[in-house]
Write a protein that binds this ligand. Structure first.
Ligand code: UDP
Length: 463
């Protein structure tokens, strides 16, 4: 823990699990660097302050209606959040900034998906830095969207899905980022806003490391002309804490179950906090897992299977027929699971956090991306870093069983483990004194402190 800096940082996470986790990890990192931390959070997916007693929490009442909060169209949900959070956020931030009883605010760190934070920060004369919770390779593709659109890659045509995207090899057309919505224009607006928001910020923080995404980071630096800080993997930067930012309670039974399994024998299956599948896909996964006769730990989040509460679609007797070879939970302590010696393969949707967590623990992946950045991440895992296999044909039990066999029992799996072991070494090196993330973090701290003159100027303005 470094000496206190007498400066406060205000962090504002987007209230989705994959965005909350890295923002709170970043908060921990900056707390250890000597800053005081204040988190502003929404009532929707509200955070539990008792899990991080060293931070100050302020909740805002954005008052989403019941139907808005239950919105399944992610882009529509984000649009409700943007519309309803702006005013309460402005009010909360104004109060915090003018509170002279506390340390002065050095800057706001927000999620670029919140499209109003730039104008609010500007009006209150607070410098704003962004946390990009996705990878750099994905971000580089987003910045090139105007060109990709001009070249006719969108809307994606079924006949062109396997075609290479020559500007971003080895991506294929099907890998280009997309979030389906009732109005396709919403996604292009989001991408446009993200790029604009980024350019208008005082810096951009990435949860990645140079050795993993050097090329994409260089590209972004060249294009954006704002300071870029690649300081990840966040969860490995600070001493392990027991604090969790999980919105769903983590079922610890999976750790005791894993404790009884042989080394590298278990397939861990989880598709993150948002992805959903239909009943037919759910059954196909269940049968594929059962047919391989391998041990598995499966996260079936309530809401994962459209139209079902939880496990009802499973045929009766299915669970009993596994004879203890499978364990199903609603939500797992994922980082702990991936670090467990019994886990041999991760079947993932390739959300950026899951991808990075798997890399850090040296676990090869079966990739089944659904949406947003996941297709880009999956292609990098399978074709660039060569540490996983993609299910190119969708959820089909034959292909799943083949992929599991190749990763669990064949040479291909071993080769991936060797590559992962080298990447793991690089993770350790980048975080050590003199390593790229270590230096970039110090650069970020100095950058935040250099914004002081800006704050000072502001206090003169508001005096
Ligand atoms: N996670 C977890 N338990 C689970 C599944 C996921 O704690 O059973 C965590 C995981 O460790 C990761 C986050 O939830 O930090 C999911 O983020 P990711 O970017 O992988 O996917 P998203 O949920 O945003 O699609």
């Amino acid at each position: 823990m470094e000496q206190r800096k007498g400066r406060r940082l205000i962090l504002f996470p987007l209230p989705l699990q994959g965005h909350i986790n890295p923002m709170l990890e970043l908060a921990n990192i900056l707390y250890f660097k000597g800053f005081s931390i204040t988190i502003i959070h929404t009532n929707f997916n509200s955070l539990n302050p008792s899990t991080h007693p060293h931070f100050t929490f302020h909740s805002i009442s954005e008052n989403l209606s019941e139907s808005e909060a239950a919105e399944k169209d992610l882009l529509l949900l984000l649009s409700h959040l943007n519309a309803k959070c702006c005013l309460p956020f402005r009010k909360c931030l104004a109060t915090l900034v003018s509170d002279v009883s506390k340390e002065p605010v050095a800057c706001l760190i927000s999620d670029p998906v919140f499209d109003f934070t730039q104008s609010v920060a500007e009006s209150l004369k607070i410098p704003r830095i962004l946390l990009r919770t996705g990878g750099a390779s994905f971000t580089a593709v987003l910045s090139a969207f105007p060109i990709l659109q001009e070249k006719g890659y969108f809307p994606k045509q079924d006949s062109r899905l396997e075609e290479p995207v020559t500007e971003f090899l080895p991506l294929r057309v099907k890998d280009l980022p997309m979030i389906n919505s009732s109005d396709p224009k919403r996604f292009f607006k989001l991408v446009h806003d993200l790029t604009y928001e980024t350019k208008a910020s005082y810096g951009f923080i990435f949860n990645t490391f140079e050795d993993l995404e050097q090329h994409a980071l260089a590209k972004i630096r060249k294009e954006l002309h704002i300071p870029i800080f690649a300081i990840g993997p966040f969860h490995k930067c600070v001493p392990v804490t027991t604090s969790t930012s999980s919105l769903i309670s983590q079922d610890q039974s999976c750790i005791s179950w894993l404790n009884t399994q042989p080394s590298k024998s278990v397939i861990y299956v989880s598709f993150g906090s948002i992805a959903a599948i239909n009943e037919a896909q759910f059954l196909e996964i269940a049968w594929a897992l059962a047919n391989t006769k391998q041990r598995f730990l499966w996260v079936v989040r309530p809401g994962l299977v459209q139209g079902s509460e939880w496990l009802e679609p499973l045929p009766s007797g299915f669970l009993e027929s596994l004879n203890g070879m499978g364990h199903i939970v609603k939500w797992a302590p994922q980082k702990e699971v991936l670090a467990h010696q019994a886990v041999g393969v991760f079947w993932t949707h390739n959300g950026w956090n899951s991808t990075l967590e798997s890399i850090c623990e040296g676990v090869p992946m079966i990739c089944f991306p659904f949406s947003a950045d996941q297709m880009v991440n999956a292609r990098y895992v399978s074709d660039v870093w060569k540490i996983g296999l993609q299910l190119e044909l969708g959820i089909q039990r034959g292909e799943i069983e083949r992929a599991i066999r190749r990763l669990m029992m064949e040479k291909q799996g071993e080769e991936m483990r060797e590559r992962l072991s080298k990447l793991k070494d690089k993770v350790n090196l980048c975080l050590r004194q003199g390593g790229s993330s270590y230096q970039s973090l110090n650069g970020l701290v100095n950058h935040i402190l250099s914004l002081e003159s800006f704050v000072y100027k502001n206090s003169k303005v508001s005096d």
